[in-house]
Design a protein around this ligand. Structure first.
Ligand SMILES: Nc1ncnc2c1ncn2[C@@H]1O[C@H](COP(=O)(O)OP(=O)(O)OP(=O)(O)O)[C@@H](O)[C@H]1O
Ligand SMILES: [Mg+2]
Length: 518
């Protein structure tokens, strides 16, 4: 019997580039396999998924030598495969284009001409699957980052495809949500025979579930292993070489900083209440102070209100009650443009802040706003591009960058102006481990030079390594405000979030080996 998929790629090149992005890949895939695809940044993982979905070369020009067959037929000849193969890309917001969640989920099943009652049932089942029951009437632009990623997965599931190709589908999910969704996907593969190929950076959630592991490096398949238990970071090092910055020990408690109590707070939030137009409070009764020079982690489950809170810091959202002051300035009395001179903001979705035609121009933009002398701008931009390792991307349009690279370019465009306060909303999402570490080390350097940092993150171990204070939100309120050294007293809050707190010491070892080294 023919395989479900037969992948044979001798070479794949994009126009204008000599070196193939993928080469010598030969992979048969059987129905019902759950496959994890991993590899260092730029290895060609997303390109391979796009080839399997037929997006390359059907919709994105490339020279493909070889053939990819679905049940013995070339996938490039089968446009009707849309219903058989579902792709979740690493840019979830690009996959939602309707005015309500219901319309977005209906789009696929309606184009398959299913009767309305079947479409409605599929939408309900898909939203239940991703733990968002009743979200049909929501406008996509009002969803939190994690909710949006869940809806995109639901929109693909609503088509009931035979093969699911998932590019970091849980990157913005809280850890509990990640585990739950991966468990459910695993059940889909085992009970309904769905074939799942997933790119995932944090292995501890997926490796125990996978039947097979593919490792890519520089476009070559370096691993095709049936038994995932044999795959460890140490074994990968042999093929991939040393992974830059991989921690050799467990997380250490960063010493608690002393802050001058008489210094003007960098941020002061008093009795904050904020209600969105469509209903309940997104923030309630929130009070906190952040001192100059702090490095604070802001954590909490999807929809807890983290992004909403930080958007009140630069006036993007105006609370109905309470106050926020930034360096002593009342945010209600100042425009976002005025506040941006004090506070740099990296959006959860970096596409939201792109406004120029090249990475260079994007980075220069903040300097122009701050009225830097023209002759200094070029030199500062050049230095920043080097600092962030963006040389290859400098002249490209930001939309042409991979999601991780775009995240880095957006961060560079915020940090270049040396903001006194920096808010970064999930700055490492869609980054490989090495990219994430590089980005966090750069942020850390700015913090050591005096920048106050508030980082929203779902990565506990990165937070443990860089942050000295932890804020945890739930249902729009603050449920924890503590320094790193006292975290052990709050095990239950972290357990509720889906984290097991690791031993925090100078000598602790990592219990789990993962692609993130976490
Ligand atoms: N413009 C809006 N209109 C209505 N509701 C909104 C709007 N923006 C956000 N919400 C809702 O407010 C709640 C808090 O959203 P927020 O984006 O602050 O969550 P979050 O903690 O950042 O979550 P995530 O980890 O998923 O990014 C969510 O339930 C979200 O659906
Ligand atoms: Mg958010």
């Amino acid at each position: 019997m023919a395989n479900l998929l037969d992948i044979k790629i001798d070479s794949l090149c994009f126009p204008g580039t000599g070196e193939p992005v993928l080469k010598n890949i030969n992979l048969p895939v059987a129905a019902g396999e759950f496959i994890v695809l991993a590899g260092p940044s730029g290895a060609g993982k997303s390109v391979l998924l796009s080839c399997l979905a037929g997006v390359i070369p059907l919709y994105k020009k490339a020279r493909l030598h070889g053939a990819i067959q679905y049940r013995g037929q070339s996938i490039t000849r089968l446009p009707e495969l849309a219903g058989k193969i579902g792709l979740v890309t690493d840019n979830p917001q690009n996959q939602l284009f309707c005015t309500t969640v219901e319309e977005d989920l209906a789009f696929g099943p309606c184009s398959m001409l299913l009767p309305p009652e079947d479409v409605r049932r599929r939408i309900k089942d898909a939203l239940d699957f991703v733990f968002l029951p009743g979200y049909q009437p929501r406008k996509p632009e009002t969803l939190s980052g994690g909710e949006m990623q869940r809806v995109v997965l639901a929109s693909v599931l609503a088509m009931n495809p035979e093969i699911l190709l998932l590019d970091r589908p849980a990157d913005q999910l809280d850890p509990k949500g990640r585990k739950e969704i991966y468990q459910r996907l695993h059940r889909l593969s085992k009970v309904q025979g769905k074939t799942i190929i997933v790119i995932e950076e944090t292995w501890e959630d997926v490796m125990p579930l996978a039947d097979r592991f593919w490792g890519l490096n520089q476009g070559n398949l370096v691993y095709d292993l049936p038994n995932t238990k044999t795959v460890t970071i140490s074994s990968l090092r042999e093929k991939w070489g040393p992974v830059k910055g991989m921690p050799k020990t467990g997380p250490k408690a960063v010493p608690v900083q002393e802050y001058r109590s008489d210094a003007l707070p960098a941020l002061e939030v008093r009795d904050l209440y904020l209600r969105y137009e469509n209903g309940g409070f997104a923030l309630h009764n929130l009070t906190l102070n952040i001192c100059p020079g702090e490095f604070v982690a802001l954590m909490g489950e999807n929809g807890a209100g983290k992004t909403t809170l930080t958007k009140t810091f630069n006036g993007l959202l105006r609370p109905q009650k309470g106050s926020v002051t930034v360096n002593g300035l009342d945010t209600q009395q100042h425009t976002t443009a005025q506040l941006s001179l004090h506070l740099g903001y990296l959006f959860q979705n970096p596409l939201m802040q792109v406004c120029c035609n090249s990475v260079e121009e994007e980075i220069a933009f903040a300097l122009k706003v701050k009225k830097y002398p023209k002759d200094q701008i070029a030199a500062i931009v050049k230095k920043t591009i080097q600092e962030f390792g963006l040389e290859q991307a400098a002249s490209l349009h930001p939309y042409r960058l991979s999601r991780g690279m775009l995240q880095k370019a957006a961060l560079a465009s915020v940090l270049v102006a040396n903001p006194g306060i920096l808010v970064v909303d999930e700055p490492t999402s869609n980054m490989s481990y090495e990219e994430a570490r590089d980005a966090l080390e750069i942020i850390d350097r700015y913090n050591k030079k005096g920048t106050t940092v508030i980082m929203i993150t779902h990565h506990l171990k990165f937070a443990l390594e860089f942050c000295r204070r932890f804020l945890v939100m739930k249902n729009g309120g603050l449920i924890l405000d503590t320094d790193t050294g006292s975290l052990a007293h709050h095990q239950e809050i972290f357990a509720d979030l889906g984290f097991a707190l690791p031993e925090i010491s100078g000598r602790g070892g990592n219990k789990h080996e993962t692609a993130l080294g976490l």
